[in-house]
Design a protein around this ligand. Structure first.
Ligand code: GAL
Length: 416
């Protein structure tokens, strides 16, 4: 009896010991499509292999607006998750609230300053301290195309300009297929919009209009041309587009129902998950007129201040894992993005990722490397949200004149 009770005490002690060692990480994200779920599953595996418990906090909704709403209510209630997918200037806003944890101990030990491009590191820091860990680099200005559909429609090669694009789109339409697979949700409209603005106006114009929010650029003839082009693209989408999720639009291209999709390279994660091969089944090409530019979208996890020691330890493990070579490779192979960590071996990556990697470096030297406004990289969330709504109102209302569209977008850009 005595022996048994001693054993029970020992077991209880060991269990308590484990509880201190292994912590739980609750991670808020919006990665729920096939390719996304596979990718985040890899992070979960790595965390579990370190003995931690993964508490998944997935909030469906591409682009993350739903996730951000849920996050706000959790933080206001004083119960934040350990980590949340927060990007770009929004990281600074959260840090200014005093709710984010200082990740410098991990960042210093793992030498993040040496492993990250400075433009990225700066966004992850608040007042010089790391408060977020970057995951990847997504390129937004892509056009995805189904090779078999193009062949059926008699389209040779991928269109390089918007004029060429509309010729190709017309052929696809005549062949009885959908030219542009689109999901009519505001962030998807905005994703297409930024590629059109970049293609029509070029990198300098994109910078003036959508990063600096210069009223002159926003009301210029180039913006008028951009909106005309944007509306013309809509003419090649199908009637069922409103409300459709982005991954279902990608599925239309995968299943040979549609020719093109304008979407960041998380779409490639869907092609990969479906076993499709770039260059054979599908084509990745820069959106028309944007080959010399690169709109980037860096996913990152900001970490919240936690009280429990085991949870803090698990959080530090998560930050270290995110920047580790194992995660950076396997996650990005599935996600469609490229590693954010510099000097990674790219041999396992496909041609689209290699092109992305090459263009990321090349455009960083020419001024063509630009933050994506549609994906929270370029401006403060308030202005971004207002512009996004104005863009969608124009997209959805064919009766609104281009002049009215231009002025409502310019007005929205002044939102503070
Ligand atoms: C983006 C995010 C990507 C992808 C996409 C669709 O904002 O950066 O990682 O998840 O939304 O959900």
């Amino acid at each position: 009896m005595i022996k048994l009770s001693k054993l029970a005490a020992a077991v209880a002690l060991a269990v308590a010991g484990n509880a201190v060692m292994a912590g739980e990480v609750e991670v808020l994200h919006w990665w729920t499509s096939g390719g996304e779920a596979k990718s985040v599953g890899e992070l979960k595996k790595i965390m579990q292999a370190k003995g931690n418990t993964w508490k998944d906090f997935a909030v469906a909704g591409g682009g993350g607006d739903n996730a951000m709403t849920v996050l706000k209510s959790r933080v206001v209630a004083g119960n934040p998750p350990a980590a949340a997918q927060i990007k770009g200037p929004a990281i600074q806003e959260w840090a200014a609230e005093g709710v984010l944890a200082n990740l410098d101990p991990v960042a210093k030990a793992e030498k993040w300053d040496e492993l990250l491009p400075k433009v990225v590191a700066d966004v992850m820091k608040y007042k010089g301290n790391y408060v977020a860990a970057p995951v990847n680099v997504h390129r937004v200005n892509w056009m995805w195309a189904n090779s078999a559909v193009l062949k059926k429609a008699g389209v040779n090669g991928t269109p390089k300009t918007w004029d060429e694009f509309f010729v190709a789109a017309e052929k696809v339409k005549k062949a009885g297929l959908i030219a542009v697979a689109h999901g009519g949700q505001n962030w998807q409209d905005f994703t297409t919009f930024e590629s059109v603005v970049l293609g029509v106006g070029g990198a300098k114009f994109y910078n003036d209009a959508l990063i600096k929010l210069d009223p002159k650029a926003l009301t210029s003839a180039t913006m008028t041309k951009s909106l005309e082009t944007f509306r013309k693209v809509k003419g090649y989408t199908d009637a069922a587009a409103p409300g459709r999720d982005w991954n279902l639009a990608t599925a239309m291209v995968i299943q040979e129902k549609a020719a093109f999709q304008f979407m960041g390279d998380w779409a490639k994660g869907e092609f990969t998950a479906a076993g499709k091969v770039p260059g054979k089944d599908y084509i990745c090409a820069a959106a028309p007129g944007t080959a010399n530019a690169y709109t980037f979208n860096v996913d990152s996890f900001a970490m919240f201040k936690l009280k429990d020691a085991a949870a803090q330890k698990a959080q530090a493990d998560l930050a270290a894992a995110i920047m580790g070579t194992q995660f950076q490779e396997v996650f990005n192979l599935n996600k469609g993005s490229i590693p954010v960590r510099l000097n990674m071996d790219m041999s396992k990556f496909d041609d689209c990722a290699k092109l992305s990697s090459k263009d990321f470096v090349a455009t960083s030297k020419t001024g063509g490397l630009l933050p994506s406004i549609a994906h929270g990289m370029a401006v403060q969330p308030a202005a971004e949200g207002a512009i996004k709504d104005a863009v969608s109102q124009f997209w959805n209302n064919d009766k609104m004149s281009v002049a009215d569209g231009v002025s409502s977008i310019a007005k929205a850009a002044a939102t503070k």
